[in-house]
Design a binder for this molecule. Structure first.
Ligand code: COD
Ligand code: ZN
Length: 375
């Protein structure tokens, strides 16, 4: 019997307040309104940004359904939706794309003017939520909310992908993989034969290592304070791995010495002021480019030495790897299907939704790269 037009009762992982565990409860998911799409989630990765929302370093509204790295299948569509139809396999887009605003039309823009990433991403465009628990509204998160059996998305925040793509793998294309890989390829524009440094070897940092390798870098220096991350970094293309705790001098000085003046490209994939500074200072004067992929706590301010920029280094930021989401995501999925890159080494754990708290513990303890929840 069709569920279109009806409220669906389903399981979701709800977080009620800051720093608290998730609880699995039965919620109600309203049908999609005009220009919205309701999807059944098939798989969702757990990303550090979800944990930033739990800890409060990334502001969101509670109670909430987090998760932004998923794959689903369209259950029903609201009035006026033409981009997808029931039965399509899709990826939710935390960085939506209307395709018509100044940013969407600009060849280098990927942050749509119509849909923000802040608190406005915690509700639908009309300012209400499609999720309720015992009649009380539950906030969405990051334009997506994937830690639930069903979610409702704006049509600009969903894109059709290859029906044959494995959900428990390609969900990583919804955030982690694309963010790191694109930061190297699109934002840094790593060149063949160059020397790169990647700070932070989580799922996003390792994807940046893969991007540097795919772009033809001849030296990729991977940096992490957790040496357990090194084997995987080497498997994915790092040529050297270093731990800042093994040195008395600052890591940027170590890198400048190792590379006779500094690296061509550095990517900071941690989100700390200290490492953002080190990544910039590790770049070669005149032409080194440093890309900020990790986001420091919202509203924080940081100091840098202006001469680092004055002497020719470039400091850039990268959100979702610079990809235009609606255009790039289906293409990245088809590249994966054609084996142009692998996602398997990034997926260390697969868990049911009920074990979501275990998945977050693995991330906090540094024991996982990506845990994927399968529904
Ligand atoms: N020096 C070196 N390595 C460090 C240090 C340090 N001082 N501190 C931590 N690390 C290492 C950790 O050991 C860990 O291996 C790695 O850094 C961080 O990895 P994870 O697994 O915590 O994080 P990821 O890879 O899942 O995500 C990292 C981001 C920085 C991208 C993420 O946290 C973030 O800031 N996201 C916001 C940016 C964004 O694009 N958001 C949109 C959706 S994600
Ligand atoms: Zn993410």
């Amino acid at each position: 019997m069709s569920t279109a037009g009806k409220v669906i009762k389903c399981k979701a992982a709800v977080i009620w307040e800051l720093k608290k565990p998730f609880s699995i409860v039965e919620i109600e998911v309203a049908p999609p309104k005009a220009h919205e799409v309701r999807i059944k989630i098939l798989a969702s990765g757990i990303c550090r940004s979800d944990d930033h929302a739990v800890s409060g370093s990334q502001y969101t509204k509670f109670p909430a359904i987090l998760g932004h790295e998923g794959v689903g299948v369209v259950e029903s569509i609201g009035e006026g939706v033409t981009c997808v139809k029931p039965g399509d396999k899709v990826i939710p887009l935390f960085l939506p794309m209307c395709g018509e605003c100044k940013n969407c039309k600009h060849p280098r823009g990927n942050m749509c003017d119509k849909h923000g990433l802040g608190v406005e991403a915690a509700l639908m465009a009309d300012g209400t939520s499609r999720f309720t628990y015992k009649g009380e509204p539950i906030h969405a998160f990051g334009n997506t909310s994937t830690f639930t059996e069903y979610t409702v998305l704006r049509e600009d925040a969903v894109v059709k992908i290859d029906a044959a793509a494995p959900p428990e793998k390609v969900c990583l294309i919804g955030c982690g993989f694309s963010t790191g890989y694109g930061a190297a390829i699109n934002t840094a524009k790593v060149e063949p034969g160059s020397t790169c440094a990647v700070f932070g070897l989580g799922g996003v940092g390792l994807s940046a290592v893969m991007g540097c390798k795919a772009a033809g870098a001849s030296r990729i220096i991977a940096i992490d304070i957790n040496k357990d991350k090194f084997a995987k970094a080497k498997e994915l293309g790092a040529t050297e791995c270093i731990n800042p705790n093994d040195y008395k001098k600052p890591i940027e000085d170590v890198l400048v010495e190792m590379t006779n003046g500094g690296v061509d490209y550095s990517l900071e994939v941690i989100g700390r002021h200290e490492t953002l500074n080190s990544a910039l200072a590790a770049c070669h004067k005149n032409y080194g480019i440093s890309v900020m992929v990790g986001v420091p706590p919202s509203l924080s301010q940081m100091t840098i030495m202006p001469t680092l920029l004055f002497t020719g280094r470039t400091w850039k930021g990268s959100l979702f790897g610079g990809w235009k989401s609606k255009v790039a995501v289906p293409k990245l999925v088809s590249d994966f299907m054609q084996k142009k890159f692998t996602l398997d080494p990034l997926i260390t754990h697969t868990l049911p939704l009920d074990k979501i708290n275990e998945g977050f513990e693995l991330l906090r303890e540094g024991k996982s790269i990506r845990s994927v929840l399968v529904f």
